[in-house]
Unconditional design. Structure first.
Length: 164
C-alpha cells in the first residue's frame, strides 16, 4: 500500500526534495532574470539629439579627455587648438580633422556605433604627441545595469541553492 507524504515537500528529479517556498523563490528569480535581460533600462531610450562638444587641444592633452554622447546623436566636435596645430582622429569611425593655432575646426557625425572609442592627435605636435589621446563613449549605462542585475540575481540563486 502506498503512503502519502504528510509534509509539504515534493520530490523533484532524482531524489532531491524541494519545499514550495524554494520553488516559488526559484520561479521569482527566473522571472526577474528574464525581466533584467528583456525589458528596456529606464532612461536608455532617449530620442537622438544634436550635441555640440568643444574639445580644447593644448600641451599634449584634450579637454575634456572623455566625451560622452547617446547612441544616435548627431555630434559636432569643435576642436580648438590653443598652442600648435593639432588634430583629432576617432578610431572606429575613421574620422579626422585638424585645427590651426587659435582656430576652431568642426567634425560632424552620427554616433551610430555603441561602445568606447579612442581618439588621438592626428598631427605630429611635438615629443609627447603619441600620448595625446582621449575617449569617446557612445551609449548609456544600460549594459552595466543589466550586468549588475544579473550578478545580483545570480548571487540570490546561489544563496537559494545553499539555503537549507
Amino acid at each position: 500500500m502506498l503512503r502519502r507524504r504528510s509534509d509539504s515537500r515534493r520530490r523533484v528529479g532524482l531524489g532531491t526534495v524541494q519545499s514550495p517556498l524554494r520553488l516559488r523563490a526559484s520561479a521569482i528569480l527566473a522571472v526577474a532574470a528574464l525581466a533584467v535581460l528583456l525589458l528596456p533600462v529606464p532612461g536608455s531610450r532617449q530620442l537622438p539629439s544634436y550635441r555640440t562638444v568643444r574639445v580644447d587641444a593644448e600641451a599634449y592633452a584634450y579637454t575634456p579627455a572623455v566625451v560622452e554622447v547617446a547612441y544616435g546623436d548627431t555630434v559636432e566636435i569643435e576642436l580648438v587648438s590653443n598652442d600648435v596645430v593639432h588634430g583629432i582622429y576617432i578610431e572606429g569611425y575613421d574620422l579626422s580633422v585638424s585645427a590651426d593655432p587659435g582656430q576652431t575646426a568642426r567634425l560632424r557625425f552620427v554616433a551610430d556605433r555603441g561602445g568606447s572609442f579612442r581618439f588621438y592627435c592626428s598631427v605630429s605636435c611635438g615629443p609627447l604627441h603619441p600620448f595625446m589621446s582621449g575617449r569617446l563613449k557612445v551609449g548609456g549605462g544600460g549594459l552595466f545595469w543589466r550586468a549588475a542585475g544579473i550578478v545580483l540575481i545570480g548571487a540570490a540563486a546561489l544563496f537559494l541553492v545553499r539555503w537549507r
